[in-house]
Design a binder for this molecule. Structure first.
Ligand SMILES: [Zn+2]
Length: 371
């Protein structure tokens, strides 16, 4: 198994990562690999896609369909933050099983919490381990929800490659800046400039290492938010709406807003009423029965409610006051419109047409392991 680094830039829509914003890494990828766009898994949310990128599999196998779970039988619900939710083997585990050294570096602590099994070295900005930081010569990390957390995790990745030389390094940022700043803004450009600098230095420190740079999902400006739960409640429809993005990082999603919603019907006789409401709501672009959504997006049908709703391009579902909110202040993801993401590769294992989804990096590496 070859030495590899997978960098997942959280929320990095293709427009953020360009020849202009990351010239050094662009040139490296162009000369030694490729630059292209691929697809994320649906829902285009963080947790779902870390599971896919780490395992090379779709959610139908990972069983991770969001940041939050709800069991309609027991009505049990909660945040997905620890081990046990991920049902597919990760590339970290595969490398470790092969006797290789692995590292997982993340800004958000829950990534380590949920996917840390198989990581010899685990570093998170949220819950840093003092002894490890000292060994790597790293200063104490900044706040999770700060632009500098990205720079710090890149610094940690460089130190990790230099000091520990792991065979597999999985590194991920957070999408705090991209939730607030669009492509072309100085804030977004700074995030990518740091990536450009540190990935170049990682390549210089270890020129043969395969390096893949991708994103968990894209990011788009939304202007219309709807509270579908409130709309249903007001019409006497008994159902439970679960936004897969629902998370504790409320600074990123003040209304838990996102482009996709799982709907659990609580009263079978109201199926027609629900469908009539969903189909007559202009902000709802598609309403799919769970079996249909499962087939189309490789989702586990038993974990996504009775229906999956996808928002129109400019819209998102959110827990806004009342039923609707028009705003200029929301950038988010979750829908089909945030499925397109970049994939840049330095020394890729296969030619570029073999990579259709971000998960294919691990799928190819794990398929070829031992060969
Ligand atoms: Zn994300």
């Amino acid at each position: 198994m070859d030495k590899m680094m997978i960098l997942v830039i959280d929320g990095c829509a293709p427009e953020y990562l360009t020849e202009e914003t990351a010239p050094d890494v662009y040139a490296l990828a162009r000369d030694l690999g490729f630059v292209k766009t691929v697809k994320s898994a649906i829902p285009s949310v963080t947790n779902v896609n870390h599971a896919c990128i780490l395992s090379g599999r779709f959610p139908e196998d990972t069983k991770v369909v969001g940041n939050y779970y709800y069991d309609p039988m027991t009505r049990e619900e909660g945040f997905i933050e620890e081990r046990g939710f991920m049902k597919a083997e990760t590339i970290l585990q595969a490398y470790k099983k092969a006797g290789k050294k692995t590292a997982l570096l993340t800004v958000k602590g829950k990534v380590l919490g949920v996917y840390g099994e198989g990581a010899d070295i685990g570093i998170s900005v949220q819950t840093p381990e003092a002894g490890l930081l000292e060994r790597l010569g790293l200063s104490a990390p900044p706040e999770v929800q700060s632009p500098e957390s990205t720079r710090w995790i890149y610094e940690a990745a460089l130190a990790c490659v230099r000091e520990e030389d792991p065979d597999l390094l999985y590194c991920t940022t957070n999408d705090f800046v991209f939730h607030h700043h669009g492509p072309g803004t100085p804030e977004a450009a700074e995030q990518i400039r740091w990536m450009n600098e540190y990935v170049r230095r990682i390549h210089e420190a270890d020129p043969e290492r395969r390096i893949y740079i991708t994103a968990d999902h894209g990011m788009n400006q939304k202007h219309r938010l709807i509270n579908f739960q409130a709309m249903a409640d007001r019409r006497g429809l008994r159902l439970y709406c679960l936004p897969p993005l629902k998370d504790r990082y409320i600074e990123n999603h003040i209304y838990q807003e996102g482009g996709i919603l799982y709907v659990f019907l609580e009263n079978e006789s109201q199926r027609e009423g629900f469908l009539a409401l969903a189909q007559s709501t202009p902000e709802v672009e598609r309403v799919l029965a769970s079996s249909q959504a499962a087939a189309e997006f490789h989702l586990p049908a038993d974990r996504i409610g009775d229906y999956v709703m996808l928002a129109a391009v400019d819209c998102a579902f959110g827990e806004v006051e009342g039923e609707r909110l028009v705003t200029d202040a929301v950038r988010t993801h979750g829908s089909l419109y945030e499925q397109e993401i970049p994939l840049w590769a330095i020394h890729p294992e296969e030619s570029e047409e073999k990579y259709e989804y971000s998960k294919d990096v691990a799928a190819i590496a794990m398929r070829r392991k031992g060969k």
